[in-house]
Design a protein around this ligand. Structure first.
Ligand code: DDH
Length: 313
């Protein structure tokens, strides 16, 4: 780490490779959760990291995974973040056992360890994020609510939300492939079900299912009035007045990847080429986790006010 800080700036000690490996091992150990969802904490932890980073606004330089602002009501209470308290609770024992790591680093590191443990690609990760405290200047850096995507919308909405983070069309589709993991919960988002048969194994199945070669996607209105799509046998005509039944689901935003021709091109590429998807996903997820984080030439994090942190992995 650089030593050109001006005296007062507190630098967290640089973790040794073995300290970081110990955190990685603790994360791998807690992924198996037989009594939770599909038996793994992995998917909800991935979503925690994504929502911590996905608040980034390139124009103002605000938001992003630095700070771990979701520990506070202002960000944690955003309805878009409903359910992510489970991910934070899963990780709490790791923070207690390895107090040197910041929450912001732990959440992002846990996601890439989880993705790899679920048969996904290796994803580069750098540490050095700091946690916002309760001081007014820190709290002022917590991003406003409403910056995360709304699953009920379409392609234009995706380009606005992800364009704000400076992601292009290819990156939007690659990122969306994270819906290979996990499920929707009625009591969190109001949507219901999982995207793929095995939601704890990372693959390109989501893209192959989207293209629906064997069955078809039908619009369904749930009892709560929320509209999603379900995967059903192809049948001639539509039975009147009855909602279709199907175990697998898509959000309206997922379906917009099919109806938009540029998005669709990438869906077809990723459905046909798992290695390409893994390589592109690894690159774009790493980029997501770095949004809003300023580093000096040596990779050390530079904060607005001063150089506070001083390490990288
Ligand atoms: Fe997502 N996502 N996501 N998502 N997401 C949900 C669950 C999970 C949208 C909406 C939802 C990404 C993009 C989008 C994961 C990862 C990622 C749920 C269900 C909704 C709704 C929440 C619940 O009820 O518990 C929308 C809209 C978008 C978009 O506009 C593209 C991205 C980019 C990622 C990522 O990680 C890169 C994961 C994992 C889950 C499963 C969570 C769980 O608890 O299981």
């Amino acid at each position: 780490p650089s030593s050109k800080t001006s005296g007062s700036a507190a630098k967290p000690p640089q973790p040794s490779a073995s300290q970081l490996d110990a955190v990685r091992a603790s994360i791998r150990d807690l992924l198996k959760q037989p009594n939770y969802d599909d038996g793994s904490a992995g998917p909800v932890i991935v979503r925690l990291a994504w929502h911590s980073a996905g608040t980034y606004d390139a124009a103002s330089g605000t938001g992003g995974s630095n700070g771990a602002g979701m520990r506070y009501e202002a960000e944690g209470g955003d309805p878009a973040n409903a359910g992510l308290q489970h991910a934070r609770a899963f990780l709490e024992p790791i923070k207690s056992a390895h107090p040197w790591i910041t929450y912001a680093d732990l959440w992002t590191l846990a996601a890439i360890v989880a993705i790899e443990a679920m048969d996904g690609p290796r994803i580069p990760w750098k540490g050095g994020r700091t946690d916002f405290g309760t001081a007014e200047e820190d709290q002022a850096r917590i991003p406003p609510r409403g910056r995360l995507p709304d699953g009920a919308k379409g392609a234009d909405h995706l380009r606005i939300i992800f364009g704000r983070m400076r992601f292009n069309d290819q990156e939007i589709v690659a990122l969306s492939g994270a819906h290979n993991l996990g499920r929707c919960h009625l009591d969190r988002s109001g949507f219901h079900g999982k995207w793929v048969n095995n939601p704890t194994r990372f693959s390109n199945q989501y893209f192959r299912l989207l293209l629906a070669n064997e069955k078809e996607w039908r619009r369904k209105t749930l009892a709560n009035g929320v509209e999603q799509f379900v995967y059903v046998e192809k049948v001639e005509g539509q039975s009147e007045g009855e909602e279709p039944e199907g175990e697998l689901m898509m959000l309206p935003t997922d379906m917009s990847l099919l109806s938009d021709p540029v998005f669709r091109k990438w869906v077809e590429i990723y459905a046909a080429d798992k290695d390409r998807f893994f390589a592109d996903f690894s690159a774009v997820f790493a980029k997501l986790l770095e949004l809003g984080i300023r580093r000096d030439g040596e990779g050390n994090v530079v904060n607005d006010s001063n150089v506070k942190a001083g390490y990288r992995s």
